[in-house]
Design a protein around this ligand. Structure first.
Ligand code: TC6
Length: 696
C-alpha cells in the first residue's frame, strides 16, 4: 500500500468495544491527519450507544513517536494536540491505551490522557522534548507528576530519558503488562475495564502535593549541569504549575512551550535530530551491501583497540593484528578494559562482554586475515607503512573483502592504488575513543565500489554510529576544517588573548572543551607531527605561530605528560602551566607583537567565522555532499554544541552577508588567512542560506 493510501486512523467495533488504531508509518507521528482522525474516532465512538469502552493501539513499530516534528515552525493546523487530549480525557466512556515500541513525547501524552495504560514487553516510554529544545506541551508536565511520584516525573521530563516498560510499570506509568499483540491487548484491556479488573480514572483528577524544594533542587542541578540549555529548566518550571488547578497548569505549560517553540535552540536541536537521519541519504544507498560477518583490525594502539571494541560490541568477531606477542597481549588487555567499562556504564551485560571477548583473537599473524570480510587498518600515519600493509593485504585477503583504512588525513586514492583492487578500498575514519564517539567519516575514493560504500553504512548502523560521506582531501571533512579554524585560535593567542580565556570563552559559548584543553587531552605531539609534515607546503605568506612547537620541544604533550598548556598534577583541576604562559609571552615578543585585548564575543566570532569559512569551501568542493553533512561531522565527532545545530546551521543564524563583513574586517589584519569563500559570496548575492542548499 502506498503512503497516500494509508488511512492514518482506523476505527472498528467489536461488540461494546470501540477500537482505534493509529496507522501512520513509519512511527505514527501525530500529524494533522492523525489528530483529525483521532478526534473523529473519539466523537464517533462516544456517540455510538452500543459502545461502552474505547481502546487505542498502534500499528507498526510503536504506538506513536509523538508530535510530527516536520510541522514545527509551520502555521498550526487544528485540532491542536492538547485540546484533543483534553477531550479524550473528558470522555465519559473509559479510554484505554496500549503502549508498544518506543512511545515518546505526544505519544506518551496521548496515553497519559487515557484512563488506563497497558504496556507491551519491550516498550519504552519517554518525554524527550527537552532534547529537541521543547517541553512536553500536550499536558505531559501536568499529567505525569499526578500519575507518578513528582520527583520521578521531574527526572523523566528534564532528562528526556526512555523508561523501559518494567520500570514504567513500577513507577505507575502503565497499569499492567500484557504480552499479546497490540490489538489483542487493546481488546483484553477494554474487557478488563468493563469488568472492573482494570481500574480507570482521569489523570487530571488525581490530587497532587507539590514540595517546592523538589523544584528548586532540580532547577539548581540543571543550571549547574547544563547552563546553556533553557528547555530542561523551563520544563521543571512547567511541572511546578501542578500546584495550580489543572486547567490553569495546562495554560501555563502551553505558554512555556510556545516560548521554547520560538527559540533558536529548538531550531538547532531539531536540525541536529534531522542531520543524523539526513546523512543516510547517499548516492550509493540503493547498492546491495556486502556481508560482514568477521573483521580484522591492524594495529593495537588507541584507535585499533577502540575500533576492535566497537566491532565486538556490534557482535562482529575480530582478529586484531599486532607486531609482537606482548603487544598483541597488551591490545587484548586494552579491549578487555574497554568492555569492562561498557559493562560498568550499563552499555552491555557481563555475558555480552564474555561473548565479545571470546570472539577476539589478538595475534601477530597477518595471514590469519585471509578469511575475514573486512579489514580496518589503524597503524601509524605514514604513507610508506600503509603502502606495505595494503600491498600485503592485497595478497592475503580473499576476493571481495573490504579493505578499510582509518587514516585521518592521508590520500585514500593513493592507498587504494597500492592494491590490485582499488574498488574494495575505503576510508573508515573513526574518532577517538572509537567505541564511544558516534561519528564515522566514510571516505569514498575515486574507485570505491558503490556496494562497498553501502556496506560502510550498514556497518555504521550495526555499530550505532553516524556515518557521514566524505570525499578525499587532506583531513577529509572534519580534520581539514579543524586545521583551519585551529589557526584562528593560535592567532588570537599570539595577538594577545590568553589560551585560558579562549578556552573559557568557547566553553561558555557551548563547546564541551576549548581548543587548547582539547589539544592537551588529545596529545600536543599529534598536532606537532602534522605541522612538521605540512611545513614544506606552507605558503610563505602564512603567519606561523610557534608557541605550540616551543611547548612540545620541552616534551610537554598535555595530559599524558602531566603538563601542556595546563598543569595536571591534580587530574580534576586545570591550572595554566606558568611555563606555557611564559612561552606565549616570549613568542609574542619574538614576533614583534604588542598584545591587545580580545572580548569573549570577539573570540567566538573569529573562531566560528574561521570554521564556517573552511566548511563552506568543503561544501563547494563537493568533499561534503551538503552543509548538513558538515554539521553532522561536528555534532557527532567534535563536541559541537548541539543546540546550535552544527557550524553551517549556526552560519545561517548569522547570515552570509554578516559573515562576509566579518571576514573583510579581519582580512585587514591578515589577508592571506581571512578570505571570503566563493560559496558564501554566492549565498549573499542570491539571498539563499545553507539550509536552502540542503534542500537542493
Ligand atoms: C512532541 O511530541 C511534542 C508534543 C507537544 C505538542 C504540543 N515526527 O529515527 P528513525 C521519522 S515532540 C516526524 O530513523 P528509529 C524520522 O525522521 C516529539 N518524523 O527510526 C525518520 O524519517 P526518515 C517527541 C519522525 O527506529 C523515520 O521517522 N518525539 C518523528 O531508529 C524513522 O526514524 C521525539 O522526539 C516524529 N516525531 O527510531 C521522537 N520521529 O526515514 C523522535 C521519527 O525520513 N524520534 N520520525 O529519515 C525518535 O527518537 C526516533 O525516531 C524513534 C525511532 C525512537 C521514534
Amino acid at each position: 500500500m502506498s503512503q497516500s493510501e494509508v488511512t492514518p486512523v482506523r476505527v472498528e467495533t467489536e461488540g461494546d468495544i470501540g477500537l482505534i488504531c493509529l496507522n501512520n508509518p513509519p512511527v505514527n507521528a501525530l500529524g494533522a491527519a492523525v489528530r483529525q482522525g483521532l478526534s473523529d474516532a473519539i466523537d464517533k465512538l462516544n456517540a455510538d450507544p452500543q459502545i461502552r469502552v474505547i481502546a487505542i493501539h498502534g500499528e507498526g513499530r510503536a504506538l506513536s513517536a509523538g508530535a510530527d516534528i516536520r510541522e514545527f515552525g509551520k502555521p498550526p493546523v487544528g485540532p491542536r494536540l492538547p485540546d484533543l487530549l483534553d477531550r479524550i480525557e473528558a470522555s465519559d466512556k473509559p479510554v484505554i491505551a496500549v503502549v508498544h515500541g518506543t512511545t515518546l513525547g505526544g505519544g506518551l501524552e496521548l496515553a497519559l490522557s487515557c484512563h488506563a495504560r497497558i504496556g507491551l514487553p519491550g516498550a519504552r516510554v519517554g518525554l524527550p522534548e527537552v532534547s529537541l529544545g521543547l517541553l512536553p506541551g500536550a499536558g505531559g508536565t501536568q499529567r505525569l507528576p499526578r500519575l507518578i511520584a513528582v520527583e520521578k516525573a521531574i527526572d523523566i521530563i528534564s532528562s528526556g530519558r526512555r523508561v523501559p516498560v518494567d520500570e514504567a510499570k513500577d513507577l505507575g506509568i502503565v497499569d499492567r503488562i500484557d504480552d499479546s499483540a497490540p490489538r489483542e491487548a487493546a481488546l483484553a484491556g477494554a474487557k478488563a475495564a468493563l469488568d472492573g479488573s482494570l481500574p480507570t480514572r482521569r489523570t487530571a483528577e488525581i490530587a497532587v502535593d507539590l514540595d517546592p524544594a523538589l523544584i528548586e533542587a532540580a532547577t539548581e542541578r540543571l543550571r549547574k549541569k547544563r547552563p546553556a540549555l533553557a528547555a530542561p529548566i523551563k520544563a521543571v518550571e512547567a511541572v511546578a504549575q501542578i500546584a495550580k488547578p489543572f486547567a490553569e497548569g495546562l495554560k501555563a505549560e502551553r505558554a512555556l512551550f510556545m516560548e521554547l517553540m520560538d527559540s533558536p535552540d529548538r531550531q538547532g536541536l531539531i536540525h541536529a535530530f534531522n542531520a543524523e537521519r539526513a546523512v543516510k541519504r547517499i548516492p550509493e544507498a540503493q547498492a546491495e551491501p556486502r556481508k560482514v560477518e568477521t573483521a580484522g583490525v591492524i594495529g593495537g594502539g588507541t584507535m585499533g583497540v577502540g575500533i576492535a571494541t566497537a566491532l565486538l560490541q556490534a557482535g562482529i568477531p575480530v582478529t586484531l593484528i599486532e607486531m609482537a606477542p606482548e603487544r598483541a597481549e597488551a591490545a587484548e588487555a586494552a579491549v578487555t578494559k574497554n568492555l569492562d567499562g561498557a559493562v560498568k556504564r550499563s552499555k552491555m551485560t557481563a555475558e555480552g562482554r564474555d561473548k565479545a571477548l571470546a570472539a577476539l583473537n589478538a595475534t601477530t599473524d597477518l595471514e590469519s586475515l585471509a578469511s575475514v570480510d573486512l579489514v580496518i587498518e589503524a597503524v601509524f600515519e605514514e604513507m610508506s607503512v600503509k603502502a606495505e600493509i595494503f600491498g600485503k593485504l592485497d595478497r592475503i585477503c580473499k576476493p571481495g573483502a573490504i579493505l578499510g583504512t582509518n587514516t585521518s588525513y592521508l590520500d585514500v586514492n593513493a592507498i587504494a592504488d597500492m592494491t590490485s583492487r582499488p574498488q574494495d578500498v575505503i576510508g573508515l575514519h573513526f574518532f577517538s575513543p572509537a567505541h564511544v564517539m558516534r561519528l564515522l567519516e566514510v571516505v569514498v575514493a575515486d574507485k570505491t565500489a558503490p556496494e562497498v560504500v553501502a556496506t560502510a553504512w550498514a556497518l555504521a548502523g550495526r555499530m550505532k554510529k553516524v556515518a557521514v560521506r566524505s570525499g578525499v582531501c587532506d583531513g577529509f571533512i572534519g580534520n581539514r576544517i579543524l586545521a583551519h579554524y585551529r589557526k584562528a585560535a593560535d592567532y588570537m593567542m599570539l595577538d594577545g588573548a590568553g589560551f585560558e580565556q579562549i578556552d573559557r570563552a568557547l566553553e561558555d559559548f557551548g563547546f564541551a572543551m576549548g581548543p587548547f584543553a582539547v589539544g592537551d587531552l588529545a596529545g600536543l605531539d599529534i598536532g606537532w607531527a602534522t605541522r612538521k609534515r605540512k611545513a614544506p607546503d606552507r605558503p610563505a605568506e602564512e603567519r606561523y605561530v610557534t608557541i605550540a612547537d616551543r611547548i612540545c620541544e620541552n616534551g610537554w604533550f598535555g595530559r599524558k605528560t602531566g603538563r601542556g598548556y595546563y598543569l595536571y598534577d591534580d587530574p580534576k583541576t586545570r591550572k595554566p602551566n606558568p611555563d606555557a604562559v611564559a612561552i606565549v609571552e616570549a613568542e609574542r615578543k619574538a614576533a614583534g607583537v604588542t598584545p591587545r585585548e580580545f572580548s569573549d564575543e570577539d573570540i567566538t566570532a573569529r573562531y566560528m567565522t574561521a570554521m564556517i569559512s573552511e566548511a563552506a569551501r568543503v561544501v563547494q568542493e563537493g568533499i561534503a555532499q551538503r552543509p548538513v553533512d558538515v554539521d553532522a561531522v561536528f555534532l557527532f565527532g567534535y563536541g559541537f554544541p548541539r543546540h546550535l545545530g552544527g557550524p553551517l546551521n549556526y552560519a545561517d543564524r548569522i547570515g552570509a552577508k554578516a559573515l562576509i563583513e566579518r571576514i573583510e574586517t579581519y582580512a585587514k589584519e591578515d589577508a592571506h588567512y581571512w578570505q571570503v569563500p566563493p560559496l558564501l559570496r554566492e549565498l549573499a548575492d542570491s539571498g539563499r542560506s545553507f539550509a536552502d542548499l540542503n534542500k537542493e
